[in-house]
Design a protein around this ligand. Structure first.
Ligand code: CMC
Length: 426
């Protein structure tokens, strides 16, 4: 709380409404409007353009300056010097681990990577062409069935065990969803591998064969997970918090987040980028599609461009672009025709007045889509990859919320429908 107060003058009210201002450690302070309802008013903010529904200590974004900090550490430094397990520990616990803490954490995650047979059977019951995000949502929800009697959310040790289970099993579920689509046997997790190696082995390896994961791919996937690990109160994280605020099982709350992430305006954008590049088809068509994106009457948007919060550049995209260039060279894929379209599209959008005026820059999904395509990860798995990285962010926010007193999330509305009327008598 600061000494500063806000005063809201409302026509018809004798005195202004006095509102407290809470101070942030960095970034905008917030005006506390929670008492307004007693004065007979709600606030109106569709799309939550100016609304902070919670206090948090996990992640800070300055969209104007292109800053993203996890527990104070800049994302580019984490992407360069850290690894995903360490970032998971940091997000969950607030501090970087010692070597011993990191090993214990990583061991506990890997020791919990095996999925219950009931969930494996559920995955097998899906159609082969089911979208893997549909499978992920259902399978994570099914973990709530497996562990429902095993979680007391008021107990810290239960919440910690749940974190190990979630972070450990999400890659196993993703790999199973992929293997099922191919009609191939599932591969058991291998605790001797790193988190990213294990995921790649379970997904692209062959059952019964020794793990054989290219280090360049494992490194790229680990970095991809770091870059997606958390992003403060985005749509899916807010969904997890809102869902969790009812006291529901954390796996159920996270499954709600998976559903939200799937949408093309959010995590589904990486898949949509590739579908768009396919649709553009060749560099000769680029102008036509850029014109479509600028046409207000046309719903087409350039996928992978623009962001609600970043109005300068997306710092994740900056790191991802460098990683993308590196991976393309290492894999000898700089000359792929689709990548050529992507690079030209990026150049045009960065130089075009429409995109400059509206501050539409390539976002993380633009480059992550390209990188995953180069790694031959199937397009429909792209949003699943985002899910794997983001699981820890969702969990950290849920855990932060339930570790302190919290209220059920219950927004109000501006009602503009009928006033009361009588049912017609026949
Ligand atoms: N292509 C063309 N025009 C666009 C685009 C785009 N990708 N994005 C925004 N605009 C225009 C939009 O038409 C609007 O124009 P006007 O002011 O004339 O009505 C203006 O820019 C502002 O757009 P908005 O939809 O009001 O902005 P928003 O903050 O509500 O939406 C967004 C942000 C990310 C949903 C949007 O930019 C978009 O749909 N981008 C494409 C999808 C995408 O790449 N999403 C991934 C986001 S990053 C990953 C993540 O963190 O989830």
């Amino acid at each position: 709380m600061t000494d500063k107060r806000a005063r809201l003058t409302v026509d018809g009210l004798e005195a202004p409404i006095d509102l407290a201002i809470h101070s942030s450690s960095v970034g905008p302070d917030v005006i506390d409007v929670s008492g307004l309802t007693k004065k007979g008013y709600f606030t109106y903010d569709p799309g939550f353009m100016s609304t902070a529904p919670c206090e948090s200590k996990i992640t800070y974004i300055d969209g104007g300056k292109g800053v993203l900090l996890h527990r104070g550490y800049p994302i580019d430094q984490l992407a360069e010097h850290s690894d995903y397990m360490e970032v998971c520990y940091l997000l969950l616990n607030g501090e970087l681990p010692t070597d011993a803490q990191k090993k214990a954490f990583s061991d506990a995650v890997m020791a919990n990577a095996k999925v219950d047979p009931s969930v494996a059977n559920l995955i097998k019951s899906f159609a082969r062409d089911a979208h893997p995000m549909a499978i992920m949502g259902s399978a994570i929800n099914a973990l709530a069935a497996v562990y429902n009697n095993d979680i007391d959310i008021s107990k810290e040790e239960d919440r910690l065990q749940t974190a190990y289970r979630l972070i450990g099993q999400v890659p196993t579920l993703a790999a199973m969803a992929y293997k099922h689509s191919k009609g191939e046997a599932f591969i058991e997790p291998d605790a001797s591998l790193s988190y990213a190696e294990n995921f790649l082995h379970m997904t692209f390896g062959k059952a019964g064969e020794k793990p054989n994961v290219k280090p360049v791919l494992a490194k790229a996937v680990d970095r991809l997970f770091i870059l997606h690990a958390d992003h403060e109160q985005n749509a899916s994280t807010s969904t997890v918090r809102l869902s969790g605020s009812s006291g529901t099982n954390p796996f159920a709350a996270i499954a709600a987040g998976v559903a939200t992430l799937w949408g093309p305006a959010h995590g589904g954008a990486n898949e949509a980028v590739l579908n768009m590049l396919d649709e553009v088809g060749s560099v000769e068509n680029i102008d036509k599609y850029v014109a479509k994106a600028k046409d207000k009457a046309d719903p087409f948007r350039l996928m992978g461009f623009g962001h609600r919060v970043y109005k300068n550049f997306d710092p994740r995209a900056k790191v991802m672009k460098v990683a993308c260039d590196e991976v393309l060279v290492e894999l000898g894929k700089e000359d792929e025709p689709l990548l050529d379209i992507a690079k030209r599209l990026e150049k045009i959008a960065l130089e075009d007045d429409y995109f400059i005026q509206k501050k539409l820059y390539p976002n993380v999904d633009f480059y992550s889509g390209i990188i995953m395509k180069a790694m031959e990860i199937p397009t429909e798995m792209f949003t699943v990859m985002f899910t794997l990285g983001r699981a820890v962010g969702w969990y950290s926010h849920w855990n932060e919320m339930v570790s302190a007193p919290y209220k059920i999330g219950r927004p109000r509305q501006l009602y503009t429908g009928y006033t009361q009327r009588d049912y017609p008598q026949k």
